[in-house]
Write a protein that binds this ligand. Sequence first.
Ligand code: HEC
Length: 207
Amino acid sequence: MIVSLGITIGLLSCDSGNTRRTPGHIYAPDMTYSRAYDAYTSNPNFADSMTSRLPVAGAIARGHQLPDHLKEGDTTAYKTFTTSMRFNEDDLKEGRRLFNIYCGICHGTNLDGQGPLFASGKFASMPANFKDAKYLHMSVGQMYAAAKYGKNMMGSYAAQLDAKQRWMVIAYIKKVQSENGGDAFALGETAKADSSKTMVAKVEEKK
Ligand code: HEC
């Protein structure tokens, strides 16, 4: 009884009956009242009075790449288009994961064009069989264009895969092709890593 009375009185004493709206004494006014324009306040320094500015036209978000400048339908450019990126084991694993999510349903996880959508008869157009002679030596640029813009019955995957992811998927396809009668795998990381090592070695020799 006495304990509960104590608690009640204790709680009541916290509330003086008036809700306080003032913070009391301000010790650091330049922190309490910002000198900068707050994000959503109007701003007399700009013609449109917006404090939050849009990025400068052409700005590239951190972690994103420069645009590839490949134009849809420019099939001549497709053939020679390529990348300076090189891919290690982990990238190829990621390429395989993405391929199985976005492409495998049609092209098959064995890359033979017999994915479940086509094999079940629900998709009328035969997807490319990447192990077939017709595709074994296809240029990486043409593959990239197919992933970015689509090809006939195949839709574009530009919204699902960013440029780097598209290249990872293509590197994976090319790796599998190299093991199935295709050209030697040229997108591997080792070539690049070796050349940087030789440069270091040469600098050390000069000392
Ligand atoms: C809905 C089914 C489907 C999906 C999913 C699909 N494709 Fe295709 N793909 C096709 C078909 C069908 C063709 C054959 C197009 C033609 O030549 O008429 C094709 C052709 C291609 C070609 C050959 C392009 C050329 O120029 O002949 C490449 C490369 C390719 N696909 C890559 C991919 C990649 C990479 C993915 C995943 C990001 C993917 N495809 C997802 C159906 C699909």
